[in-house]
Write a protein that binds this ligand. Sequence first.
Ligand code: SF4
Length: 379
Amino acid sequence: MTLSETASGDGERERWQAQLRDSVRSVDQLARALDLTPAELEGARRAEREGLPIAITPYYLSLCDRRDERCPIRLQCVPRIDEAREVPGDLVDPLGEEAHEVAPHLVRRYPDRVLLLVTDRCAVYCRFCTRSRIVGDGGGPVSIDRLEPALQWIAAHPEIRDVIVSGGDPLAMATDRLERVLARVRAIPTVETIRLATRVPVTLPMRVTGELVRALRKYHPIWVMTHFNHPKELTPEAIAACERLVDGGFPVMNQSVLLAGINDDPTTLETLFRGLVRARVRPYYLLQADPVRGTSHLRTPLSRGVAIMERLQGRLTGIALPKLICDTPGGKGKVPLLPDWVVSRRSDEGLTVLRTFRGEEVTYVDPPRGAERDDAPTR
Ligand code: SF4
């Protein structure tokens, strides 16, 4: 590395660390930055006392409309008193992660993959966070010693091929700390892919530095799972962060959460998904919001997502169209939700009438039974 590279690395590091240092974390700071409504002020006071704390980077705050409480960025990061409301179906741990913990900081819900929770910190605390029960609770990054039982568990289970490193946000950690975790995971020969689950490209894009990309690419294959929810988040700086990751060889996949009043309309999502594809980010999932306690004001009925996907089918190229997913409460696994494109079936005759995105009905004719392979699954 040259002297000038070192100097620019120091400058890059200082820039993202200053964002964390200068983040809004208190009611007073928030009230100075935005014209808070009574519902927000009361919500912020409550968040300071209990529940999910406040953290908003100056960068993400700059995307908030100072005066409009319905601003889609503001709704994601500014607490509201609605968080105090509990409704039937609300859960503290909606994905049953505690029940599926196989070692400290390690969750297994599927046969071939695990979730490794390496920190409780994030650059911004999202008001709809599935892990609001633990993020920002003050523990900070988990030391390698405390991750040791989890790493040993993974090594002892060769059926685990995919490790999702999450938190909190792993990219909110110092690079050397994150590298120590990744080096240990990568040293387990049966682990094929590592996924980094991060909102940093959205909330702190200057953190995706050249130094970070160089450090992480040693542990390829690493996939980056990011989380853009609204086209306003696709700023030139965020797009550049995604492009640095893609240029570094990291496939970048996006998981949006469907959020009431933020992105629950086809036009907003179409703009978002098209923008992601232009930035070489694959819209991967559109997630039904988990029933996290205190988030009912941000959730939609299941039918809303299905109706949106129905509108987007055919209007958007397949690479821009994510799967709509409900991660079932209790951690029972993800279920894809689809509009019903089948009008009728006459199975005995092998005829299926399908509805296209233009509303036309088209009959598909199965091959004659005798033409199938002997070992084909039966209809
Ligand atoms: S960045 Fe992810 S883990 Fe952190 S608060 Fe937001 S949704 Fe939760």
